[in-house]
Structure formats: structure tokens, C-alpha cells
Design a protein around this ligand. Sequence first.
Ligand code: CTP
Length: 396
Amino acid sequence: MLKGKKIVLGITGSIAAYKSCLIIRELVKRGAEVQVVITPAGKEFITPITLSALTQKPVISDFFSQRDGTWHSHVALGLWADAMLIAPCTASTLGKMANGIADNMLITTYLSMKAPVFIAPAMDLDMYAHPTTQQNMERLKGFGNHIIEPQSGFLASGLEGKGRMEDPEKIVAALDMFFEKKDLLGKHIMITAGPTYEKIDPVRFIGNYSSGKMGFALAEECACRGAEVTLIAGPVNVQCTMNNVQRIDVESCQQMHDAAIENFPQMDAAILCAAVADFRPAEVAGQKIKRVGQTMDIHLVPNPDIAAELGRMKRADQVMVGFALETNDEQQNAQHKLEKKNLDFIVLNSLRNEGTCFKSDENQVSIISRDAKHDYEKKPKADVARDIIDELAARL
Ligand code: CTP
């Protein structure tokens, strides 16, 4: 679960500094964003150019940028990060961290850090075994830092291999484990996603611009957190590769309705994210309709309201989440839908927020429940999904 996580990677002056390239590669591969902060001694072992090429970000090492004198804020970094990893961490840096000796950018960043800190020590065995180093590490653990080191070796002293930095993949795996949230383990969640197509004739339909991206992001977030997901998808061009997502492809509202009604009783929660057509042609022409006359009328009849029907079936132990896409009187309309469809909360999307909603990779929403309203910033749909699922998980 490092996807989207912001990691400050501190690099210090150890021969193991070259391995930080492997750490960055692994973090980036898992979807993390990495900002390197390097000590002056660290730069003797690895060049900032290599590091910035891997992270796609300038490396921070001084309080001021040497080019334009811009001030680097360690406080801002402390707020930005989801975690700080110091790898390799020398005995000297350990000592400074344990005692608050803030004489370089890495230590000031550490002291301002609001996120959890992970330390991978790297030094020779004598330095590692010295009581000063041992004491500093104990102190840092006492402050809530996480020390990542190889498991103890096989010699009687138990120190064999100690001091050596843990393997890059194992360091990243330790971070990954920390972030892995399995709060939905054992839960069954049904999600409707995408548009519906309502057939007019064999080649035409009534549809809408929904891409399904939001629904799929929700499915992925639930699956990552351990849930078994039933994803009922209208015609979309997105994929979901997680094996605890069972996908049911449908086209029309009626098909989506049938699949939802059949599956809902087995679910702990349902998220109705699909943009469902409210009406469908009364009749579907068996053959392609020809161009005749100056105008053409299609008579429409109402489709079932899937959310409202599920709302009526809902048991006390089930949670239901709806979406509302509005262009005006947003809050009032959303509140009305919350009541009408017996939802536990509703996610409000406003078409007034530019660059959100349909087709976009970003979204800006408000979450409205019976007793609260929370407005979120515009963010990638994966992050919006996390906010929504946090709200859902709290009710399960
Ligand atoms: N919904 C549904 N079945 C429908 C219509 C809507 O399940 N036939 C669900 C949507 O997935 C969403 C919620 O109901 O979670 C609100 O959808 P929306 O289209 O905004 O609401 P409508 O009830 O159709 O109201 P209106 O179109 O009048 O705004």
C-alpha cells in the first residue's frame, strides 16, 4: 500500500548510499512519490544528479538552493510526507538524531517530521556494537522511530552481519507492511460503476459520459484493504486486476438492477457509483431505424431506481453509499436523495468544479450524512476513493 504515499528519503554518508538507488526504484515501482534529502557526506558517495533522475525531483541538501537561493522548508517537508525513511543511516546521523543536533537539512527535516520515521542503520560492526550507538538506537526507538535492520546472524555473539544495511527490497517491504491497512478483511462490498446504455435499435443507444474511473478506484481501494468486492460495471474501458474483485459486466439499467438485487443480500455494504439512465426507450427497434421525415420522437419509460430499491431492502447491519452529481442546489438535492434512497451517506459531485467528474482523473467531493457534511479538496480519484472508504470503514 505504498501507492500514492509521499516518502522523504534521507541519505547519509555511508558506502551503502549507492543502494538508495535501489530503494528509490522499488518505492517508485510501488507507486510512491520520493523526495530525497541528502547530507553533505552523503553527496561524497552518490551524486544528486543520479538521485534526482530516479525521483524526478531536485534533491534537497542545503538550507538554500545554490542556484537561486530559494529557502527549503524542512517544516513543509515534515507536513508533506506520509513517512520518512533514512537509509543508509550512519552512526553519526543516529547520534545527531538522538540528541537533536540539527546541523544539516536532513536532521532539521527529521526534527520537523510529523509522519512516522524509519531508520536503516549502516556502519561497521565495531561502530554498531559500541554502547553509544546502541544507546542512541534505544533512544530513537523510545521516541517512536522504527529501526529496520537485518535479522540477527548465526554467530554466538548475535552480532554477525549487524550494522550492515538491510536489503533495499526488504526495507521497502517493511514500509509497505506498515501502510497496509486490512480494515475491510472479511467484508463483502458491492459497487456499481460506469454508465448504462439503453438501446434504441441494434446500433444506437442512450448513454452518458461516465468513465467508470471513480467506481473502479473504489473497488481497488476496498480490495486493497481486504474486502471481497462485487463490481457491477456498465460499458467502460477500465480494468481492475485485483483477484478479490469479482466483475459482472452489464449494459442496461435493467441488467445492472437484476445483478444488484441478486447480490445485495450477501453484502455488508453497497456503493452506488454508477451513472444510471433514468429512462429507456419504450421499445427497442429490431432493425436499424431509417432516416425518414423531419423529426423523430423516441418514447421513453422510467427505469428502476436501483439505489431506492436497495434502500428498501437494506438491513440494519448493511451500509449504503450513494453518489449525487448536481449542477445546482447541490446540497439540498443531495440531502433529498440521501433520505429518499435510505442511504447512510452520499458523495456529492458538483459539475461546477472544473476538471472533475466525467472522464477526469481527479474529483472534488463533499460527503454528506444525516448529521454531518465534510468538504474535500480536489484530488486524484484514487485519493478520493480512500476518503470515501475511510468513511465507509468507520461504519462497518
Ligand atoms: N441511481 C440508481 N439507479 C437509478 C438512478 C440512480 O441506483 N436508476 C443511484 C446512483 O448510482 C447514485 C444515486 O442513485 O448513487 C443518485 O443518482 P442520480 O442520478 O444523481 O439521482 P436520481 O435519483 O436519478 O435523480 P436526478 O436524476 O433527478 O438528479
